[in-house]
Write a protein that binds this ligand. Structure first.
Ligand SMILES: NC(=O)c1ccc[n+]([C@@H]2O[C@H](COP(=O)([O-])OP(=O)(O)OC[C@H]3O[C@@H](n4cnc5c(N)ncnc54)[C@H](O)[C@@H]3O)[C@@H](O)[C@H]2O)c1
Length: 432
């Protein structure tokens, strides 16, 4: 039994830069009838129900009991004091004429003081930062912010979506192995606990669903997964699947489905926003690189298909190039081979807009996680792998990166939650 979405849903965002401001401005513009929520599967996508002959294809938002866009309230934290009007203006993603139409609403959204430590994000620094004697004290301060936000805004439910910077590469270690060790580590300010994990801890401890838009470890450690189970909280991550990786997970399954071989896949990006500046630091880039590299291997399974993918050379590069701003350019050179081993090439030059692709993902994740919580789903939400570059999976299970399988899983989970028949596309044609 899914509880109905009564009252207001607070969406709390640590990191209120380009993605966050584009997301918030977008929802406000949609609510005012200025724009359409294009790219949002919850708002624009349809779901087929029953047999093909039944012709039932409702919009997902009319099928599943999701929160209404008009019931959303925004909040968050940033190391800079800019309100969301200033942040959206600085990000230069949206036209000034659009932002000016929703200026009062954006100005009213102001960041709370952040939990931040420059050791984990080297290329930026800002004044709007909390002080605390230990990491546990900082986590408690975040929980207090959340309680006050909820009360002040009269929210019924909350979700948290990390839209903060990519932190330096951290691997799971002993302090992340159990809830007790993590809590001990927070009290001792263990260096293996980055700020993103402090926010994630605060949210999950309070039973607030948490999604991780960056490749940071955050909630992807045994202690946080255990905590999510203990507090019955849905979690998911990592790293929004937007430009180049979106293309990769669309194309690679298709090539594999036709048993075409791949010799090499060289991907390079140039971008000039603050995200690009942060990723210019080799330690933050390493976190992103790991997140981007796993995708092809998981989809192509070279160990099972050695003749086709056994010698695949995969390289990912990101270069900070200020003139491009948020308009990232992602180039791919793909060396494929076909019948009798004859080579061919595919070139992709995706002139994308990073935050325009990420914003609808933030919305969908917030709405689906809120649904998951009301449906009493908790722990890792693998049915939301669709949105991630590096989907968090249950221990021992490989993540699913193929976008078509991910899409099927998402839709079938919705059908299951709503008591509809699952669609496998395996039945006789005249039935399906
Ligand atoms: N835009 C995309 O397509 C895309 C895709 C995948 C992942 N991401 C990730 O999403 C995140 C946001 O991207 P963006 O383009 O908005 O970057 P951005 O630099 O514009 O915004 C990030 C914000 O996070 C803030 N921040 C950093 N550490 C913080 C902390 N500890 N607490 C609170 N705030 C903190 C920064 O001050 C900044 O304002 C990045 O990690 C990026 O790698 C973006």
């Amino acid at each position: 039994m899914i509880q109905q979405p009564k009252g207001k849903l607070g969406i709390l965002v640590p990191g209120m830069g380009a993605v966050a401001s584009t997301f918030m401005a977008g929802v406000i513009a949609v609510n005012k009838g200025i724009s359409l929520p294009i790219g949002s599967v919850t708002q624009m996508g349809r779901i087929r129900l029953g047999k093909r002959t039944e012709n039932r294809n409702p919009l997902i938002k009319d099928f599943a009991p999701l929160a209404q866009l008009g019931d959303i309230v925004f909040g968050g934290w940033d190391i800079f004091e800019d309100n969301m009007y200033e942040s959206a203006t600085n990000a230069k993603v949206l036209d000034k004429s659009l932002i000016d139409q929703i200026k009062p609403e954006l100005e009213a959204i102001k960041p709370m003081k952040a939990v931040f430590d420059k050791t984990y994000v080297k290329n930026i620094d800002g004044p709007n930062v909390k002080m605390g004697k230990s990491k546990m004290e900082l986590a408690e301060a975040v929980m207090e912010d959340i309680r006050q936000f909820k009360e002040k805004n009269g929210c019924d439910r909350l979700v948290m979506v990390w839209c903060g910077s990519t932190e330096v590469y951290t691997q799971a270690s002993d302090v992340h192995s159990s809830i007790e060790k993590l809590e001990e580590g927070l009290r001792n300010s263990d260096p293996n606990i980055p700020p993103s994990m402090i926010y994630a801890y605060a949210a999950v401890k309070m039973g607030i669903p948490y999604a991780n838009g960056a490749p940071n470890l955050s909630a992807d450690v045994p202690a946080m997964v255990d905590l999510a189970k203990q507090t019955k909280t849905p979690i998911c991550g990592k790293d929004f699947k937007t430009g180049q990786t979106l293309m990769k997970t669309i194309l690679a399954p298709g090539l594999k489905a036709r048993s075409l071989g791949i010799r090499g896949w060289f991907s390079t990006n140039i971008l000039g926003n603050r995200d690009g500046e942060v990723l210019d630091d080799p330690d933050s880039f390493k976190t992103k690189e790991v997140s981007k590299l796993g995708v092809l291997e998981q989809i192509l399974q070279p160990e099972q298909n050695p003749e086709l993918y056994g010698n695949l050379y995969h390289k990912v590069r990101i270069n900070y190039y200020p003139p491009h701003g948020d308009n990232k350019e992602g180039w791919d050179n793909i060396d494929i081979f076909g019948w009798l081993g004859y080579g061919m090439q595919i070139k992709i030059d995706f002139l994308c807009r990073d935050s325009i692709l990420a914003a609808p993902i933030v919305l969908d994740l917030a709405l689906f996680l809120d649904l998951a919580k009301r449906a009493e789903l908790f722990g890792i939400q693998e049915w939301l792998s669709f949105y991630w570059k590096s989907p968090q999976a249950a221990p021992g299970l490989p993540p699913q990166n193929d976008i078509f399988l991910q899409n099927q899983k998402l839709l079938n989970t919705l059908r299951h939650l709503m008591g509809e028949e699952l669609i496998t596309h395996l039945g006789m044609d005249y039935y399906y």
